[in-house]
Ligand binder design. Structure first.
Ligand SMILES: NC(=O)C1=CN([C@@H]2O[C@H](COP(=O)(O)OP(=O)(O)OC[C@H]3O[C@@H](n4cnc5c(N)ncnc54)[C@H](OP(=O)(O)O)[C@@H]3O)[C@@H](O)[C@H]2O)C=CC1
Ligand SMILES: N[C@@H](CC=O)C(=O)O
Ligand code: NA
Length: 433
């Protein structure tokens, strides 16, 4: 049956909303030619209609009344770009119940409520797409759901937060101050409305939860993901990492080993020659290992108005194609199994440790003795010259269970010669690449 124009409504004309509107308005001829159908941006909801925007949109399509989008019988696809849980989630529910397809960039909502929303979409015979929620413009969700679907995914390891990658890049390459680098990332539109979501690792954890659900077929409760942000990463550790030929990145790591899932987000040292080490600024990259395809890496802009807009508009076009072909619901929710999650103590990794010790004979023997008794063997060690607060002792431990390292550190902390355990950073990546 010949379809009328497909009408779109945007919720939230902020950083991403402006990118989406720009692409839709400026590229409409090209999009319509590709679609052989007209896509029309019919309404845009935002709270403040007087604020100056990044983009000029016709005044008559702006509204501050949610019902003009959500209850508008003309609108086929609702694009949620408000962020946060509510009212974004309620608006998505209203749209799905009104049998409107939904596209969202909202990782928090998808990580926390994605499976219920996907069920609701299915019940209502509509699609819910969320490519922009992970890796911004990188087509990672579509790749996992479609191009890699023949695989049993064994591992996903990625830099999935543009803000923290921008901050760590500036701190590493320019010795920048944390707060200044964060302010720049905010100015560039990379950060969340509340940037603690970026800095403390929640944003990366939401993304890992979404990726893991698709890759491993099992829902992962966001609260079960081991999480450390970047606020404790110091210039000292960045400098010692350089000496050891490592770089520090905030990694999201998901693995399936013997049917058990490992899911963690934390600052990680990776070798300088590792492919993820060259991923800088707001770029993201996701490394995937599938049983059949082997290793792949997806790389691109993980944040920002236009790159994220690119993923959102691609979802819109995909849904429009489904509408034209009466083909919604092609790919159902991928969480078909319940798999056990490993605790962090069961994780096996290499470790970088930085201790502050008293300059006294026997201290090295005491520390290495405790490590050895706990099955931790030392790969390399640097002892720096004396400071007014003792001597920094930097160790890299071979692969071992996290439980062993933690027990050893508790014992080391009790040594009179040890003033402080300053840092523990996991080290990944050497063996596989
Ligand atoms: N920025 C990025 O690079 C990326 C963002 N995302 C995700 O995209 C979504 C949007 O992010 P972003 O564009 O950066 O966020 P912004 O804060 O820039 O934009 C959100 C917009 O929605 C408006 N808004 C807030 N509450 C309401 C409401 N109740 N009704 C109508 N409008 C409202 C805001 O107005 P006001 O400013 O007045 O509050 C603002 O204009 C988030 O889920 C984010 O996580 C995903 C990938 C990348
Ligand atoms: N705040 C996020 C935006 C994209 O998802 C980030 O910095 O990656
Ligand atoms: Na993406």
């Amino acid at each position: 049956m010949e379809k009328r124009t497909i009408k779109l409504g945007i919720l939230g004309l902020g950083t991403v909303g402006s990118g989406v509107a720009k692409i839709l308005l400026e590229t409409s001829k090209n999009i319509n030619q590709k679609m052989k159908k007209k896509l029309e941006l019919a309404k845009i909801l935002d709270k403040d209609l007087t604020r100056e925007r990044e983009i000029e949109v016709p005044a008559e399509i702006m509204t501050d009344k949610p019902e003009e989008v959500l209850e508008n019988p003309e609108i086929d696809i609702v694009i949620e770009l408000i962020g946060g849980v509510n009212p974004a989630k309620d608006f998505m529910i209203r749209a799905l119940k009104a049998k409107k397809h939904v596209v969202t960039a909202n990782k928090e909502v998808m990580a926390k409520y994605g499976s219920d929303l996907l069920d609701l979409a299915e019940e209502n015979g509509v699609d819910l797409y969320f490519e922009a929620s992970v890796g911004g413009g990188i087509p990672i969700i579509r790749s996992l759901k479609e191009s890699l679907t023949a695989n049993k995914v064994e591992e996903i390891m990625g830099i999935v937060n543009g803000t923290t990658n921008y901050i760590l890049t500036k701190m590493t390459q320019e010795g920048a101050d944390f707060a200044d680098a964060l302010a720049e990332a905010q100015d560039l539109g990379y950060a969340e409305a509340d940037p603690t979501a970026d800095v403390d690792g929640y944003d990366a954890a939401y993304k890992l939860s979404i990726l893991s659900a698709i890759a491993f077929g099992s829902r992962i409760d966001i609260n079960d993901i081991y999480l450390e942000g970047i606020s404790k990463v110091t210039q000292k550790d960045i400098t010692y990492a350089k000496e050891l030929n490592y770089v520090i990145k905030l990694l999201a790591i998901g693995k399936e080993v013997d049917g058990k899932i490992e899911a963690r987000v934390h600052p990680t040292m990776i070798p300088n020659n590792h492919p993820l080490a060259a991923v800088n600024d707001s770029f993201n990259a996701v490394f995937v290992k599938g049983h059949a395809v082997g290793e792949l890496m997806y790389y691109g802009r993980g944040a920002g108005s236009m790159p994220t807009g690119s993923a959102v508009v691609a979802d819109v076009i995909d849904i429009a194609r489904n509408i034209i072909n009466d083909a919604n619901g092609r790919i159902a929710c991928s969480c078909y199994e319940e798999k056990e999650l490993k605790s962090i103590n069961e994780v096996v990794s290499k470790y970088y440790l930085r201790l502050q010790v008293i300059d006294r004979p026997g201290v090295l023997a005491a520390v290495s003795g405790i490590l050895g008794n706990n099955g931790v063997s030392i790969e390399s060690m640097i002892q720096k010259s004396k400071t007014e607060n003792g001597v920094p002792l930097i160790l890299v431990a071979h692969q071992v269970n996290e439980g062993n390292i933690q027990t050893a550190l508790n014992e080391i902390d009790n040594l009179a010669e040890v003033k402080e355990i300053s840092s523990l950073i996991r080290v990944e990546g050497e063996e596989c690449y």
